[in-house]
Design a protein around this ligand. Sequence first.
Ligand SMILES: [Fe+2]
Ligand SMILES: [Fe+2]
Length: 295
Amino acid sequence: MSTPLQSNGSAQNPLNSLDEWEDFVEGRYENETERTKYKGKEAYRQYDEGTHDTVKQFYHLNHKHQTLDFVKQKRRELLTLNRKKMGAWEAIEYLNTLVDDSDPDTDLTQIEHLLQTSEAIRADGHPDWFVLTGLIHDLGKILCLWDEPQWAVVGDTFPVGCAFSPEIVFPEYFKENPDTADANLQSRTGIYHEGCGLNNVYMSWGHDEYMYHVVKDYLPEEALYMIRFHSFYSWHRAGDYQYLMDDKDREMLPWVQKFNPYDLYSKTPDKPNVKEVKPYYEDLIAKYLPATLSW
Ligand SMILES: [Fe+2]
Ligand SMILES: [Fe+2]
């Protein structure tokens, strides 16, 4: 786990270390047994006590401000994808300029997290597009470099425009979300209808949805689901929101679940040798993605 934040941990922008959220999610599930793995509340049982205040503050802001209007505004603003043109490897190096100000000696850099994830997938003999997915799944975090607040980049994602699930971590913080007072947005299906499909649902804004839009024309559907919904824990881990799912979502859910352990548990102290693996990844990127992507 990261040590508590030492600097800039202001109330306005807690969680100055992106890793702190990742570590929190990992810790939330680390002692989970196979039996309780996908059994709702059980899976979340460990988070409440002993969670660092910055993580709580982070979720407080996230749950308070992620409204349907906020999501629509962010989509209008950022899904134009006209901020920057760069290739995937360039984006990895760009993301790596994001300096983690907590515990710099033991935490992995962003590039190391991405490579550990992809190398673990590769070592298990999965298809190459799956390996590539591991490599790029978090590149949407570059939003932090454009001054987006961290509560609007990382954290668990969830549907807005319908009832907030009690399976979302720290559900009590939704009390302060203006959508909670709107009965139309808090009925079971809200602005959606039964079985409408996740593709028609507005997810809380973050790096997952953003990255999905950057690569949606280039990767297999399974990969796109992994990227788009990897932080949607109340769905892929707790099994909620079944009523929004369509057949495609049911077909893809196992792939999202297959990806999750690599995201959560592939961190090891052995840092990947970037120089050594870079040629393999450059070829892999060139196989699936254009030389330049729009961000
Ligand atoms: Fe992520
Ligand atoms: Fe990740």
